[in-house]
Structures are given as structure tokens and as C-alpha cells.
Ligand binder design. Structure first.
Ligand code: BGC
Length: 747
């Protein structure tokens, strides 16, 4: 008995000794990881691959488990998600510090578009095409989250989405691989800051790997059927951009691709991500997605699911408990080489070292810093700036906007005028102990803007859904008393987001009928469309004189909208996703092929690739967005008309602000490969520049075209540029091409 106690004491002393050596800061991270790994039992290794939800909110089925603390104490958990605040994270971390090897926990959270300060939903923010503003919004989100105990965000979502029925379009950067890649890069840089290990950096997570946005029929979690070329050329580039930006982690996805669930997909995770792209971080499953492979029908039980996922390269199991329950047995049975487990553990430990958690497991648990950053006065200023930049001016007949300073009475009508939390959109974070009093509603924003100089009248009009028109009378009545009407309509914020697919993407309820009733007053009407996806609103688009797409703009929504209404900010945003004319056109996107019988206009549908009963054109195209001023494009000049393989062409174009307001223009460069060995899109965005011009000012901007911009995956899936002619188009949108030229690539 006495001897056993002595033995145990000896082992503890020895372990502590080795752990100290392991943690010695002198060593490189790789050496420190190895020395910790050497101390670990198989069960402790598998524990590092296990992630649990805290006992709070969840986006999937939670296993009720009162033994979490005990499991953490015995080294069976590597990370927790949905655990927020310095107090709460500190208390779990303390428990982890009671485990034999004292390996700290990582705390993950969906910080998708802000933590306390809520920024516009990612799709909205992407309308700004403003990479600096987007990076700053991620930077601030990371600063707040990291001050509140979080060290890992499950963002950015970089899924290309061409189907607005899919509720998760709101989380991404739209339909175009070039723009989405630039935005993915900026977001990763923003979240991770200068480097992991600074206390205001969090690990980013590129998700959902891969092609989750191509779910058939826009139904969430649905299957994906896709050619390798489309995958490589359209759906993977934003993920590659995230790797180039140094993203620390990846999340795989719920969908199967061509029958293989992404979670068990070796081609994606081992061959492409960890092989070809040399990704050194770790991959987490999506919520329960390892276990869900049983439903996919590709594995029989948790044992096979764990085998499939670890073999395919999925390192951490989010909430399916497949690893914790089966991996040890798989290793013992010789089905999984321990080297595979070791590789996954090393990847996770490496990040824990890089985050500095081994040096100080409580470095993200400073409550003073938490209070300071959650109340940092600079954050709402940045949120207001990017919110203004996210508002898209869709229509502005007779220059109704900006509103005249002469206006004396405004009728502000609609179910979203006085809403508060709606403005935060889906995937906002409910920070413990923080109420929503800091969110600026649209009503409050307008009130603050006009003070007592303008009389503001309010009516609800109708609700978002439902068919009651009882409020129409009052709304029409106040409209009659006003100089101008502002009508705020759209979706509820939880009509987009995860598991929020819709087959009908019209503006719900009787909201467009309310507009019809208000139009009978003859008053000028500005419509604000609040939504998380492109909606169909043809009546509004055809009849309202002015329309702003305000999406969900976050905690500064009211201020940002008021700034734009009164011209204190001149809208500059452009759509990163096509707005269809009807659900029947979906999927619709600008960079499609020409086909053998191209539909070039609605006047000639005779045996062309068109609908007999519907236009070929969307309501608002990719890249579209107006300004209060006008821009003239001229002097397109190419430095040469023949491009040698390793050479470049310098393209210059002059942009002039020909209107009365200072404004920003997003100048877009599209290319088309005229003849190639496989069909190529009719146009592809290959560059853009956002520039600010005073009224009357002009500037000449430059773009560079090189072979990379002309390359594509050929029939053998090799990345090549083929000699021949290319069209170059400079436009204010994908349809509004202002200047065109061509050049030749020669061998
Ligand atoms: C979502 C992920 C999210 C995870 C954790 C899942 O349901 O698909 O995007 O990060 O839940 O909340």
C-alpha cells in the first residue's frame, strides 16, 4: 500500500518535471508539442480531439451531460464551444488545470459578424467591396471576443452561394470566387491580427469545407453534386485564400459531395487541404457531422464514423462523441494507426502553444480588459462606417435621395422601424450580461439625425408576416400628412441563417400591399428592404421611386441608414450576389457559360437558352449599385495588345465624378476567354478598385493583367492559360459594361 503511494508520488513528480521541460519557452513550438505528446496516454490524446458544447445555446442536438467537468478533469476534452465571458471561461479553464497534464482548453464561438458590437451580416458587408473596412470589422470582433474569454471563432464562412433560397447566403460573400477570395483573406487577417499569441487575436476558421453553398434546391444540409472543375475553380478559391492568409483552422461541412460526406472526404481534407495546400492547422467537424455520416448511409455506426473521419483528416469532433467513444478501440484493433491520432493531436497542441495558452491558460480571462473592450467607444464608430458602406442604393428616381434638408414632416412606416434586435441579423452573439440597449433602431437613428427640426410620424402599417391590413388606414393617414414617406419592410432576421431555407423569397405577408396603399397618396416614398438574402420584390422595384437594400446592418443600423437617407454618406455599395426576378430563375449568376444557343435578349427566345415565360435577366445583377453622383468611364488603354506568357499588360482607365456629390465608385474589371479548349464564362471578375472622387474630380487607375488572371482548369484539370484572344471589359456592374477592348495571349 505504502509502496503504491510512493510510486504514485514518484510518477507525479516525474510528470511535473517532464511537463516543465515540455513547456520550457526556450524550445521551438514543434519541440514543445512533441514533448507534451510524449507524456500523453492514448485516452488523453483522444481527449484533445473532443469538443463539447457548454450548457448554453446550440445549433444542433446537445447530449445532456452532467459529467463534463469530470471529463475535463480527466483530460477527455480539448475544447468547448458556446462558452462566453471571462468568468465562465475561467471557471472551465480552472477545471482543465486540474487534469494530469494541465493542457488548456480552447474556447470556440460563432463570432460571425461581431461580438458585442454587431457589424452588418457578412453578405451585407461584402457589398462594400471595402477590404480594409471588412478587415477592421473582423479585427474589432476579435478584440471584443478575445477580451471575453474566446480564442477561436468559427468564421469566416467562405462558401460561394448562388442560390438565395439557401438561408446561409447571409453568412458569406456572395457568388463570385474572386471577390469572395479577397474578402476571405481580409477576414482571416482581421480575426487573427498580427499573429496568434497576441491577446486580441483569435483563431479564424474557414468553413464549411466544402461546397456547402451548392446544396441542391437551396435546402440546408442537402447533397451537392458537382464537377471537379467547378469545385476547384469556383468553390475552393476562397478556402485557398484563407490558407494563404494563414488561417489557423478549417471546419468541414454537413453536405456530401458526389456521394461522399465532406466530413469523411479524404480527397478534400488530406489530399487538397493538408497535402496540396500544406495547411498546418487543424480541421474541426461541423456540429455532430461525424455522427451524421450514419444518416448519410456511408457508415454503419459511431465506430465506422470515427474511422472514416480520422482517416479523411478531420482532427476534432464537435459534439458527436464519435472519437471519444470509439477511437481508442479503433487504435487497439489496428484500424487506425496511432500516428493518425498523433498528427491530429499535434496540430491542436500547436495552436494551443501559438495562442500562448500553455504559458498562461487564463490570458484571455481578464475581466478588466473585457469591460474596457466591450465598451470601447471606437467600435460603434467603425460599425457605423462599415454599415453605411454596406447599404446598396437600388433605385433613385428623380433624385428623391438624398432627402432634402427642407423636409419638415416624415412618415416612417413599417414593421421594422422600431425593431431593435432585428437589426442585428442572424448569428449575432448574446453576450452574457449585455442587453440590447446599445443597438440603434431605425427610428432612433432618424430621430437623432433630424432632432427637432423635422416632425417624425410613425405607424406600424402591418406585421412582417400575416395578412391583416388593419394598420393600413393609419399608415395612409400619416403618409398624407408628410412630405416624404420612408417604408421599412422585409424579412424577420431569423428567416435567414442556418436551417432557414425558403422556397418563397418574396417579401412576406402584406408588406408590398402596404406600399401599394401608400402609393395612392401620391407622396414620394423611399423603401428600405431589410433582409439576409436577395429577395424578390418586383412590385416594389417597379413602383417605389427610391429603394435602399439595408440588409441587417448591426448595432449601428439606425445611424447608418439615417446618414445615407440624408446624404451624410453617399452610397457606394454594389451587390456581390444576383437578385433574381423570380425564384424560377434560380440558380442565376453572372459568370455563366455562353451555351450553343445563347439567349442574348428577351426579344428573341426562339430556340435559345431561355424561358418562354420569364426574362433571362435578373432584377439586379452582380456588381450593381447606384450612387447619388454619376461616374464617367473613359480612356481605356492597354499597354500592349499582345501578351507574352511571362509578361503583363497594364490597363488604365479614367473615372470622373460627373455629379454633384463626393462619391466612391467600385470599378470592375471582367475578362472573357474567347476561344479555349473548354467552355468559359461569358465574363469573370478579375480585379476591382474602389476610389473616392470629389464632384468634378477625375482619376486614372491601373490594373495589371498577367497569365494567372487568364488561367483556368483545362480538361485534365491542369491550371493553364491558353493562347488566344481575350475580351477585357470595364464596368460599373457585370451588365453595365462601360468600356471594352481585347488583347491576345501569345506563346
Ligand atoms: C454550423 C456551424 C457552426 C457550428 C457551431 C453548426 O450548426 O453549421 O457553422 O459553426 O454549428 O455553432
Amino acid at each position: 500500500m505504502k509502496k503504491t503511494a510512493l510510486n504514485i508520488l514518484f510518477i507525479i513528480v516525474l510528470n511535473t518535471f517532464f511537463l516543465q521541460i515540455a513547456l520550457s519557452q526556450e524550445k521551438s513550438i514543434a519541440q514543445r508539442v512533441d514533448s507534451v505528446l510524449n507524456l500523453m496516454t492514448l485516452d488523453e490524446k483522444i481527449g484533445q480531439l473532443n469538443q463539447y458544447n457548454d450548457d448554453w445555446t446550440a445549433t444542433g442536438p446537445v447530449t445532456i451531460d452532467t459529467s463534463k467537468a469530470r471529463q475535463i478533469q480527466s483530460g477527455k476534452v480539448g475544447s468547448l464551444l458556446n462558452c462566453m465571458g471571462t468568468e465562465r471561461t475561467r471557471s472551465w479553464q480552472k477545471i482543465a488545470m486540474q487534469s494530469r497534464l494541465k493542457i488548456p482548453l480552447i474556447f470556440g464561438q460563432d463570432v460571425i459578424h461581431g461580438y458585442k458590437t454587431t457589424f452588418p451580416i457578412p453578405l451585407a458587408e461584402s457589398c462594400s467591396w471595402d477590404l480594409e473596412a471588412i478587415e477592421l470589422s473582423a479585427r474589432i470582433s476579435a478584440t471584443e471576443a478575445s477580451a471575453s474569454g474566446i480564442n477561436w471563432t468559427f468564421a469566416p464562412m467562405v462558401d460561394i452561394a448562388r442560390d438565395p433560397r439557401w438561408g446561409r447566403v447571409m453568412e458569406g460573400a456572395g457568388e463570385d470566387p474572386y471577390l469572395a477570395s479577397k474578402i476571405a483573406y481580409a477576414r482571416v487577417k482581421g480575426f487573427q491580427g498580427n499573429k496568434l499569441g497576441e491577446t486580441n487575436s483569435v483563431m479564424a476558421c474557414a468553413k464549411h469545407f466544402a461546397a456547402y453553398g451548392a446544396a441542391i434546391g437551396g435546402r440546408d444540409y442537402n447533397s451537392v453534386d458537382m464537377s471537379d472543375r467547378l469545385l476547384l475553380e469556383t468553390y475552393l478559391p476562397p478556402f485557398k485564400a484563407a490558407v494563404d492568409a494563414g488561417v489557423a483552422t478549417f471546419m468541414n461541412s454537413f453536405n456530401d459531395i458526389n456521394g461522399i460526406p465532406s466530413t469523411g472526404n479524404k480527397y478534400l481534407q488530406r489530399d487538397i487541404l493538408k497535402g496540396k495546400w500544406k495547411f498546418g492547422g487543424f480541421v474541426v467537424s461541423d456540429w455532430g457531422s461525424i455522427g451524421e455520416m450514419i444518416n448519410h448511409g456511408t457508415v454503419k455506426n459511431g465506430y465506422e464514423a470515427a474511422l472514416s473521419a480520422i482517416t479523411a483528416g478531420c482532427d476534432m469532433d464537435m459534439e458527436s462523441r464519435s472519437y471519444i467513444n470509439n477511437l481508442a478501440q479503433l487504435v487497439k484493433n489496428g484500424k487506425v494507426p496511432v500516428a493518425l491520432v498523433d498528427d491530429a493531436v499535434k496540430r491542436i497542441l500547436k495552436k494551443k502553444f501559438e495562442l500562448g495558452l500553455f504559458d498562461d491558460p487564463f490570458r484571455f480571462c481578464n475581466s478588466e480588459r473585457e469591460q474596457k473592450e466591450l465598451n470601447n467607444p471606437d467600435h460603434p464608430i467603425a460599425a457605423r462606417d462599415v454599415a453605411r458602406k454596406s447599404i446598396v442604393l437600388l433605385k433613385n428616381q428623380n433624385r428623391l435621395l438624398p432627402l432634402s434638408k427642407e423636409i419638415r414632416t416624415i412618415a416612417f412606416i413599417g414593421p421594422l422601424v422600431k425593431a431593435v434586435n432585428q437589426n442585428k441579423g442572424f448569428w449575432d452573439v448574446e453576450v452574457p450580461g449585455v442587453d440590447s440597449s446599445y443597438v440603434v433602431s431605425q427610428w432612433e437613428g432618424l430621430q437623432r439625425k433630424v432632432g427637432n427640426k423635422v416632425k417624425l410620424l410613425y405607424a406600424l402599417g402591418c406585421s412582417i408576416e400575416g395578412d391583416s391590413k388593419d394598420g393600413f388606414g393609419e399608415a395612409v393617414n400619416i403618409a398624407k400628412q408628410a412630405d416624404v414617406v420612408i417604408l421599412s419592410i422585409g424579412e424577420r432576421r431569423d428567416m435567414t441563417g442556418e436551417a432557414k431555407s425558403r422556397s418563397n423569397i418574396n417579401i412576406p405577408g402584406v408588406q408590398e400591399e402596404l406600399l401599394k396603399a401608400l402609393l395612392t397618396t401620391g407622396k414620394p416614398i423611399v423603401v428600405l428592404i431589410n433582409a439576409g438574402r436577395p429577395l424578390v420584390f418586383n412590385y416594389t422595384a417597379d413602383n417605389a421611386p427610391a429603394i435602399l437594400s439595408t440588409w441587417w446592418l448591426g448595432s449601428e443600423a439606425g445611424n447608418a441608414i439615417a446618414d445615407v437617407l440624408f446624404g451624410d454618406y453617399n452610397p457606394s455599395a454594389k451587390l456581390p450576389i444576383t437578385f433574381p426576378l423570380s425564384v424560377g430563375q434560380i440558380p442565376i449568376y453572372y459568370n455563366h457559360f455562353n451555351t450553343g444557343r445563347p439567349a442574348l435578349s428577351d426579344d428573341n427566345r426562339f430556340y435559345t437558352s431561355s424561358y418562354n415565360d420569364l426574362s433571362i435577366w435578373p432584377k439586379f445583377e452582380f456588381g450593381y449599385g447606384l450612387s447619388y453622383t454619376t461616374f464617367q468611364y473613359s480612356n481605356l488603354h492597354l499597354s500592349k495588345k499582345k501578351l507574352n506568357y511571362n509578361d503583363q499588360i497594364e490597363v488604365s482607365v479614367t473615372i470622373k465624378n460627373t455629379g454633384r456629390y463626393v462619391g466612391e465608385e467600385i470599378v470592375q474589371l471582367y475578362l472573357r476567354d474567347i476561344v479555349s479548349s473548354i467552355a468559359r464564362p461569358v465574363e469573370e471578375l478579375k480585379d476591382f478598385k474602389k476610389l473616392k472622387l470629389e464632384a468634378g474630380q477625375s482619376e486614372t487607375i491601373k490594373f495589371i493583367i498577367d497569365r494567372e488572371k487568364l488561367s483556368f482548369y483545362n480538361q485534365q484539370l491542369q491550371w493553364v492559360a491558353e493562347p488566344g484572344e481575350f475580351d477585357i471589359m470595364i464596368g460599373a456592374s457585370s451588365r453595365d459594361i462601360r468600356l471594352k477592348d481585347s488583347f491576345e495571349l501569345v506563346e
